[in-house]
Design a protein around this ligand. Structure first.
Ligand code: PMV
Length: 310
């Protein structure tokens, strides 16, 4: 018998980085999933896209081993399990591939052991692995991968579910440059140390943008939401999260008629999140491909982590 869990990845709509410093941020689950299978074994072993390690100190998979150990210690499980990970989420590109992995691991493992956890408990365990990778994550990624849908999130408070009728369409464009979330969090945080007053103002502004963006999203006012996104990109550029290439990509998307665009996640490369005009998405994806950019459309909201026995 094995347990299977699948977790969606995510896109931060507004408020990344500042969320690490106490601001509100808005995030959506995205329908590209990480699949994890958990089964009993002779020793703890982790396999990722076909490569196995029994040595939990191996750098890449050590955070997964941490999640398994934390859950096994707290819930008094036997940690001798085989964890098999397969992912459709591009790594190091701002779409929360590590968060989706940690959430799916926590969910598959507890399913295997017959324990039902709610989304906040799954997120708490998943955070052990996320912290090992990123240093000081806010928790927004694991929360939205676990709950699905759209959440308004602030550290230390329960995530607020943003509900609306129907669905909304967004475009995710990959810049093609990989980067490290940990390095970018440190870079942005240094500005907070150097110019605390200025940074506090920008964080307030990002927080306010996120609350406004949630309202625009609920009302389906995509044009106004787009403007808020573009404004948020400028704020993120000010604190060093963007790059000339990302700025050019945002400008290109606006020139191609999008209502708004911004970097999503830690920046420094990774992906751009855009709001296409109604009916323009297919042509936009084709145009971006001609210019060397991979992109895909995402329908929001999407379901959170799910698990089952097989
Ligand atoms: O680039 P990602 O998918 O790792 O997202 C990072 C988002 C940050 O706000 C920069 C960090 C965080 O934990 O909130």
């Amino acid at each position: 018998m094995k347990a299977v869990a699948e977790a969606p990845c995510k896109a931060i709509i507004t408020g990344e980085h500042f969320v690490v410093h106490g601001a509100w941020a808005l995030a959506a689950a995205v329908e590209r999933r990480v699949r994890v299978e958990a089964s009993e074994a002779d020793e703890m072993a982790i396999e990722s896209d076909g490569h196995r390690t029994n040595d939990s100190s191996k750098k890449r998979l050590a955070p997964v081993a941490r999640v398994v150990t934390k859950i096994s210690d707290e819930l008094r499980f036997n940690p001798r399990v085989l964890i098999r990970i397969t992912s459709r989420v591009p790594e190091s590109s701002g779409l929360g591939s590590s968060a989706a992995t940690m959430v799916a691991v926590a969910s598959a493992l507890t399913k295997l052991k017959g324990v039902e956890l709610d989304a906040s408990e799954i997120s708490r365990y998943a955070m052990t692995g996320e912290t090992a990778i990123h240093g000081r994550p806010s928790g927004i990624d694991v929360n939205v991968c676990a709950t699905g849908g759209v959440i308004l999130y602030k550290m230390g408070e329960e995530a607020k579910r943003v509900k609306f009728a129907g669905s909304r369409r967004f475009l995710i464009v990959q810049s093609g440059t990989k980067r490290s979330t940990r390095i970018l969090i440190d870079r942005v945080s240094r500005m907070n140390v150097k110019y605390p007053g200025l940074f506090a103002g920008l964080a307030n502004s990002a927080s306010f943008i996120s609350e406004l963006a949630a309202t625009r999203l609920v009302n389906g006012d995509m044009q106004e939401l787009g403007r808020l996104l573009t404004y948020n990109h400028a704020v993120l550029s000010t604190v060093g999260a963007s790059t000339p290439k990302l700025d050019r990509l945002v400008d290109l998307l606006l020139a191609l008629g999008c209502y708004g665009a911004k970097l999503t996640g830690a920046g420094g490369g990774g992906s751009v999140f855009a709001i296409p005009r109604e009916g323009s998405t297919d042509a936009l994806i084709a145009e971006l491909k001609l210019r060397g950019y991979e992109s895909f459309q995402t329908n929001v909201p999407c379901e959170g982590v799910k698990s089952w026995l097989q």
